[in-house]
Design a protein around this ligand. Structure first.
Ligand code: UDP
Length: 443
């Protein structure tokens, strides 16, 4: 651990979603190792229960009176908008109490970009604030121009967006679960830096140097790319219990022989899509490990609404778990490919292990990431349109047994090495983190 200095305190405010809590807690760990005290302010939603690993951290709950059901019913965009309206007063109370408790020794509030109420509350106490973006720099840029293209989204789907090569209008981060006005409202607020003194972002300049350059130009406050954070600090942050039996199953498989199928913490599939997927996987003749989260098949608690045929097909070549230790799975030598929804964390975790991907994005920034995987980093292939068994079989075989997949695997390994260098001493993300820490020490 670095020199303890005066142990300045940082207050971190994650948005309640697995894909945001994990990088926020990895950031917390990294900053704690640099000598800062940490307070994490959460809402009751997707509450991350601190384990032994976080015994030095203070956890507080922001009081609000939203119904529990909002988490499931509203979807991410509408929930974020509601949290911003409802949590300001509660968070102000929290900050007031923390100031009394810690003798005014709070250096900074670091808030998830979608929880801008935290900035407003911090400002009222003259506490500096920092935006933490847990998505890519390119997705951030897309959000910053989102409202300019509202007409084009419908009419020009397949056309390239000027100055956003290789993104098409269809790749822009919209959402099926919220009206365009709400998406626009959230994005407009999220990209507004207000009084924030800097932006930290979970990416690396070796992945997105030109987007980072544009972001830096447009924001005019320091932007620190300090990721991939899971390669900087480890923090067990799973909201669901990990089934480690899949590692024993992987131990019995040959090198690069398994396709890992994981769609993150939020995506939903229809029953017919699950059946197309499993039939395509079977037809590809490859072994597969598939995470099917309880509640992730519409109309089914877990697997019970699926036709019997499902289990018969899985028995032969597959292994199903409710939730996997994903980073460990991706690091396993038996895993040769990742069929993913392309959430930013999953993307970074796969890049960090040199695993090539098949992308089937559902919504939001996943579409941006999928396009980058295919056209910029060239280590992924996107399956577009309706999911049918033929497309699944073809994509899996291309990735797992064809030369095209082998070339992608080699590129993925090269990119993995670049990422590893970027977080090591002297690397770009490492240097950015040092600069950010030095900046925090001046506050
Ligand atoms: N994850 C996991 N086990 C699983 C599935 C997902 O630990 O079985 C983790 C994964 O490692 C990642 C996060 O959940 O860190 C999902 O975040 P991502 O940004 O990829 O997608 P989201 O869930 O936000 O759609």
């Amino acid at each position: 651990m670095e020199e303890k200095l005066a142990r300045k305190r940082l207050v971190l405010v994650p948005i309640p979603a697995q894909g945001h809590i994990s990088p926020m807690m990895q950031l917390a760990k990294a900053l704690h190792l640099k000598g800062f005290s940490i307070t994490v302010a959460q809402t009751k939603f997707s509450y991350f229960s601190p384990q032994d690993d976080f015994s030095d951290f203070q956890f507080i709950t922001i009081p609000e009176s939203l119904p529990e059901s909002d988490l499931e019913n509203l979807g991410q965009i509408l929930l974020a908008l509601k949290l911003n309206k409802e949590c300001h007063v509660g968070f102000k109370e929290c900050l007031g109490q923390l100031l009394l408790q810690h003798g005014n020794d709070i250096s900074c509030v670091i808030y998830d970009e979608f929880l801008y109420f935290a900035e407003a509350a911090a400002k009222e106490f003259n506490i500096p604030s920092v935006i933490f973006s847990t998505t890519s720099a390119t997705a951030f840029l897309c959000r910053s121009v989102f409202d300019k293209f509202l007409n084009e989204f419908k009419e020009k789907q397949d056309e390239l967006v000027p100055e956003f090569h290789p993104l098409r209008y269809r790749d822009f981060p919209d959402s099926r679960r919220a009206p365009l006005e709400s998406i626009t409202e959230l994005y407009r607020n999220a990209v507004d830096k207000r009084t924030a003194s800097s932006v930290i972002i979970n990416t690396s300049s070796c992945l997105e140097s030109s987007s980072l350059f544009c972001l830096q130009e447009s924001l005019e406050i320091p932007v620190y790319p300090i990721g991939p954070l899971h390669m900087v600090a480890s923090a067990p942050t799973s909201l669901l219990e990990e089934d480690t039996s899949c590692i024993e199953w992987l131990n019995k498989q040959k090198q690069n022989s398994v396709i890992f199928v994981g769609l993150g913490s939020l995506a939903l599939m229809e029953i017919n899509e699950v059946m197309e997927m499993v039939s395509g996987l079977a037809a590809s003749n490859q072994n597969f490990l598939w995470v099917i989260r309880p509640g992730s098949i519409r109309g089914s608690g877990w697997l019970e609404s699926l036709p019997e045929e499902f289990s018969d097909i899985v028995l032969d070549k597959g292994y199903i778990v409710k939730w996997a230790p994903q980073k460990e799975v991706l690091a396993h030598p038996a895993v040769g490919g990742f069929w993913s929804h392309c959430g930013w964390n999953s993307t970074l975790e796969s890049l960090g292990e040199g695993v090539p991907m098949i992308s089937k994005p559902f919504t939001g920034d996943q579409k941006v990431n999928a396009r980058y995987l295919e056209c910029v980093w060239k280590i992924g292939m996107q399956v577009e349109g309706d999911l049918d068994r033929g497309a699944v079989e073809k994509a899996v075989r291309r990735l797992m047994v064809c030369e095209q997949g082998e070339v992608m695997r080699m590129r993925a390994v090269t990119l993995k090495e670049k990422l590893r260098r970027s977080v090591r001493s002297g690397g770009s993300s490492h240097n950015s983190l040092e600069e950010f820490v030095n900046f925090l020490r001046t506050l």
